[in-house]
Design a protein around this ligand. Structure first.
Ligand code: C2O
Length: 541
């Protein structure tokens, strides 16, 4: 294995999109940011210097950070932010990891523009478990906002109301021709007839899940979240923020120009919504440059069945270390709630439903970010910064009935707090995530740091252990799972990586509202089971 060194400068940059020039924050002036290339088991060293006046951190999404929790990146969880003018060097090993992942900023909504791809090739001489593609391409899906993303978060929180929809969707930074003033701002891939291409599709979107398709072409999914899957051929796929999906596409159609389309998946049916689509081109060598792309079909924005069939098809190629026995059973409700507007919600203008304020919670705890990083408080035994009594089951009876949301807001209030769940080293965990369906039934893409987990089951309605059908043969090994709208997902992992690990909804607005929590995984016995000392340049709060 070798060492890969990268230098990331957090910088202000000007971009012109949809005829408006604006300042955004980027890495090295690039949007999307630079690609981190490595091979399995390589050491990666990224020196990050913050040249902006805003706080920054970088999270290596899907990197399991074995014994390197200090390099994980979520602000106030594993580190204090890198302040203006400061430098922090992230160092970690891609231990037994390969495939497509992403990196992104993990402070406020900075990741709207601060994100990029991680591509980890297999070890030298190890082939892919599918025919070698003629070429590979990276497609980073994103969202674009005319407003500054950091200000936008503040405004949404102060309003108490819902999040606005992006002004445009982007494929590798380009919106495609369907917006005002964007007819020439189109990303394109050029392909040779008869060849097969590997597309590494990454969702760096902020607040929405997306469908993706290519006109007249099928896609064969071969990898999800950096883990090989059994090949699964689809017309369209659904990708949540934080997920990565590799597909093979065979250029087997008549020479021409074909659209690659990215549209919204918005499962909350009761939210007013305007449909927008980003287009890129899949263009055959020899096609006329001036031709218009063959339009791609996408499922309608609220097509939950299309999402279910996508999920049904995801199967691990090899589910080698799936825990068959369980010693720690956890059950977490996830969802939004509406707080009544009163003295506990100061400085809000109460524009949520029924004159209330939007919040979100897991097991009725609305996560409050601490003032110094949880990992530091834990490591240095600083008292009083968090509590270890995150409930293992919901504190309130959830009451998800036949697809109808609960009555709100009265029975949905949550408690604010910084609470963690402690896991013994090596415990074999089963975690059921249950959408409460309060306020709205919605698909929540839940991401766990420091681990991948097997998605052994999922379904609609309430989880019922007597009837739940679990796949203990070839469940997909993911780091982010869209918990089905108004339903549940069952996850399994072995807690063998000590540290403090954030778990949250990867719709950024939901994290802002508190749909998150953290696990503390204790040290084991041996040196390879023990969290090392913090790096000397770890930022201070
Ligand atoms: Cu990709 Cu905590 O995030």
């Amino acid at each position: 294995a070798s060492t890969r060194f990268y230098e990331f400068k957090v910088q202000k940059t000007y971009v012109t999109k949809l005829c408006e020039r604006k300042e955004i924050i980027t890495i090295n002036g690039m949007f999307p940011g630079p690609v981190v290339y490595a091979q399995e088991d390589d050491r990666v060293i990224v020196k990050v210097t913050n040249e902006t006046p805003h706080n920054a951190t970088i999270h290596w999404h899907g990197v399991r950070q074995r014994l390197s929790c200090w390099a994980d990146g979520p602000s106030y969880i594993t580190q204090c932010p890198i302040q203006a003018g400061q430098t922090f060097t992230y160092e970690f090993t891609l231990f037994q990891q390969k495939g497509t992942l992403l990196w992104h900023a993990h402070v406020s909504w900075l990741r709207a523009t601060v994100h990029g791809a991680i591509v980890v090739y297999p070890k030298p001489g190890v082939p892919y478990p599918f025919p070698h593609p003629y070429e590979e391409h990276i497609l980073v899906l994103g969202e674009y906002w005319f407003k500054n993303a950091l200000k936008l978060e503040k405004q949404v929180l102060a309003s108490g109301g819902g999040a606005p929809i992006a002004d445009a969707f982007l494929i590798n930074g380009h919106p495609g021709p369907l917006y005002n003033c964007s007819s020439n701002d189109v990303y394109q891939i050029e392909v040779m007839p008869g060849k097969t291409y590997l597309l590494r599709i990454i969702s760096a979107a902020l607040n929405m899940e997306h469908f993706f398709s290519i006109s007249n072409h099928k896609m064969t999914i071969v990898e999800a979240d950096g883990e090989y899957t059994k090949p699964f051929t689809v017309d369209q796929l659904m990708i949540t923020p934080g997920q990565t999906i590799n597909v093979l596409v065979h250029a087997d159609q008549p020479i021409g120009k074909y659209d690659m389309a990215m549209g919204p998946y918005m499962s909350a049916q009761n939210i007013p919504f305007q449909n927008i689509t980003a287009i890129a081109h899949f263009q055959y060598t020899g096609a006329s440059i001036t031709s218009i792309g063959v339009p791609a079909e996408l499922p309608s924005f609220n097509n939950n069945l299309a999402v279910k069939s996508h999920l049904d098809g995801l199967r691990s190629l090899n589910a080698t270390d799936l825990p068959l026995e369980i010693d720690t059973n956890l059950f977490f409700t996830i969802g939004l709630n509406v707080e009544e507007c009163h003295s506990t919600t100061p400085n809000k203008s109460c524009q949520g439903p029924n004159g209330g304020v939007f919040a979100a919670s897991m097991n009725n705890i609305t996560f409050v970010k601490p003032q110094i990083a949880l990992l530091q408080s834990y490591y240095e035994s600083i008292q009083g910064k968090y509590r270890e009594d995150f409930p293992s089951v919901p504190m309130k009876v959830y009451d998800y009935v036949n697809g109808a949301p609960n009555n709100f807001p009265n029975d949905t209030n949550s408690l604010n707090g910084t609470r963690v769940k402690v896991l013994e080293y090596g415990s074999r965990v089963q975690l059921i995530l249950q959408d409460t369906g309060t306020v709205t039934t919605e698909n929540h893409p839940i991401h766990l740091h420091g681990y991948s987990f097997y998605v052994v089951g999922y379904g609609s309605g309430n989880y019922n252990p007597m009837t739940a059908n679990l796949n203990l043969v070839d469940p997909p090994y993911m780091n982010t799972i869209g918990v089905p709208v108004g339903g549940w997902a069952a996850l399994r992992f072995t807690a063998d990586n000590p540290g403090v690990w954030f778990m949250h909804c990867h719709l950024e607005i939901h994290t802002s509202w508190g749909l998150s929590m953290a696990f503390i995984v204790k040290n084991g016995q041996g040196p390879l089971e023990t969290l090392p000392h913090p790096p000397s340049d770890l930022p201070k709060c």
